[in-house]
Design a protein around this ligand. Structure first.
Ligand code: URA
Length: 186
């Protein structure tokens, strides 16, 4: 079987019209980063800046994510960053269950290509892709075993802290816990 590469996915996604969000969005946004990354971060959906530039996490939430990565000695180029939904929902509303379902094969294909050892869902939409019954409030900052080789380490969405300053410290603390987990895993 011929293996798909990330650039194959990128070109296929650009032609894909399987989700009605393509009508209101500027362009599809696939993940980006190190194709050999051990750690993959997954957000919710592109926002305005991501829709404009066609890249994930390049707006305010992305700047905060870069800062958080820096606190544990990581750069964007070390990890892979993607989203559950590949098109921006109008006005940055939350994606519907149907939109998440329609976009799911893309995320699955990205995970199959990257083969991360640690998956970090940012917020409840990404967490729900892996564990439907876990709430982000209870699960954040704690490693959850997905398979024998893959751990899911949920963290609040960085954008949540931009709206609710009280979550900022929780994000710093969860990144410290993630950094410790990554070191101890080696
Ligand atoms: N929020 C997300 O969930 N994803 C992005 O790419 C940007 C903001």
């Amino acid at each position: 079987m011929l293996a798909l590469s990330l650039s194959d996915l990128q070109s296929k996604l650009r032609e894909w019209k399987g989700c009605a969000l393509h009508k209101t969005a500027t362009q599809a946004v696939l993940g980006e980063g190190n194709p050999n990354a051990d750690v993959m971060f997954i957000g919710e959906a592109p926002g305005q800046k991501e829709d404009e530039l066609g890249r994930p996490f390049v707006g305010a939430a992305g700047q905060f994510l870069d800062e958080l990565l820096g606190t544990i000695g990581l750069k964007r180029a070390d990890v892979y960053i993607s989203n559950v939904v590949k098109y921006r929902p109008p006005g940055n509303r939350e994606p519907t269950p149907e939109e998440k379902e329609q976009c799911m094969p893309w995320l699955k294909m990205e995970i199959a290509i990257i083969k991360p050892k640690v998956i970090v869902p940012l917020g409840r939409h990404a967490l729900g892709h892996f564990f439907t019954k876990l709430s982000i409030t209870e699960a954040h900052g704690k490693a959850q075993k997905l398979t024998d080789t893959v751990t899911v380490f949920p963290i609040y969405h960085p954008a949540a802290a931009l709206h609710n300053g009280g979550l900022r410290q929780a994000l710093y603390d969860d990144f410290q816990a993630l950094g410790k987990f990554l070191l101890e895993r080696k």
